[in-house]
Design a protein around this ligand. Structure first.
Ligand SMILES: NC(=O)c1ccc[n+]([C@@H]2O[C@H](COP(=O)([O-])OP(=O)(O)OC[C@H]3O[C@@H](n4cnc5c(N)ncnc54)[C@H](O)[C@@H]3O)[C@@H](O)[C@H]2O)c1
Length: 252
């Protein structure tokens, strides 16, 4: 078989959790991967851990910052090559019941999920259009369907779904697919911090959540990485504009 040069992927929020598992999986699948995160220390540790799997480039950047995003994408192009796979994953939560939610909580969440996804996709999309090939995977959440204490996050994650569908419509003619994954409860620092905030033991918290899940367990980052691998791989070339719920439960 002819040797083809590896495709170049960008994964945001890749220092830990779902993003790190996605980077690991894409490297194992033979892609070159740029891992972007604003936590430089955690990023270095992850890049060091994954370096044996393939070309892994760590870039410390805040994906809410247009100049930082442009510089990061230019560095990916210079050091690895033109990126044609993008996973918009970076994010955090600022939960509060609606009557206590501040405008700062609201704006913060719109920025890290929607503004950042806009900025990174905008910077990467020209390379995909030029190559007439690209895969965009945006990380949404089951919270898009509504979740107590998450008016901001739920709105942003629903927004990600509209963004994804529209990208699919506009970029299809350039050979670019755009899909979203909506994870349920995944065991990461994000869910660990939710348990800490609620002052419950994380193992008890997971057990409680697992009782509500058809598959009887909470999700692992690798459960989401596997879906990303499918969505950027050859078997999903005719799948676009979809939201795949990966929650261990049927979801309406
Ligand atoms: N864990 C879950 O249960 C769950 C469920 C549904 C959706 N999600 C989504 O999956 C994604 C990853 O979540 P996770 O659980 O792995 O979280 P995590 O907290 O474990 O990791 C998120 C990473 O994103 C980075 N990050 C945050 N803001 C950034 C910014 N502005 N610029 C650059 N990097 C930034 C953080 O430094 C961190 O390394 C998020 O979009 C989250 O909303 C998570």
């Amino acid at each position: 078989m002819a040797n083809r040069s590896p495709r170049i992927a960008i994964v945001t929020g890749a220092a830990r959790g779902i993003g790190a598992a996605v980077a690991e999986r894409l490297l194992s699948d033979g892609l070159s991967v740029a891992l972007i995160d604003m936590d430089g220390d955690a990023l270095s540790t992850t890049v060091e851990r994954l370096a044996g799997l393939g070309p892994a480039l760590g870039i410390t950047a805040d994906v809410r910052d247009p100049a930082a995003v442009d510089a990061a994408v230019a560095r990916v192009r210079d050091d690895l090559g033109a990126p044609t796979v993008l996973v918009n994953n970076a994010g955090y939560i600022r939960d509060n019941l609606f009557h206590k939610m501040t405008l700062e909580n609201w704006d913060d969440i719109m920025d890290v999920h929607l503004r950042a996804a806009f900025l990174v996709t905008h910077a990467v999309q020209p390379y995909m259009s030029e190559a007439k090939s690209g895969r965009i995977v945006n990380i949404s959440s089951i919270a898009a369907l509504g979740n107590r204490g998450q008016a901001n996050y739920s709105t942003a994650k629903a927004g990600i779904q509209g963004f994804t569908r529209t990208l699919a419509i506009e970029l299809g003619r350039f050979g670019v697919t755009a899909n979203a994954i909506a994870p349920g409860f995944i065991e990461t620092d994000m869910t660990r911090s939710t348990a800490a905030r609620m002052r419950v033991d994380f193992d008890d918290f997971k057990e409680q959540v697992a009782q509500q899940i058809a598959l009887g367990r909470v999700g692992q980052p690798s459960d989401i990485a596997g879906v990303v691998s499918f969505l950027v791989g050859p078997d999903s070339s005719y799948v676009t504009g979809q939201v795949i719920y990966a929650a261990g439960n049927p979801t309406v």
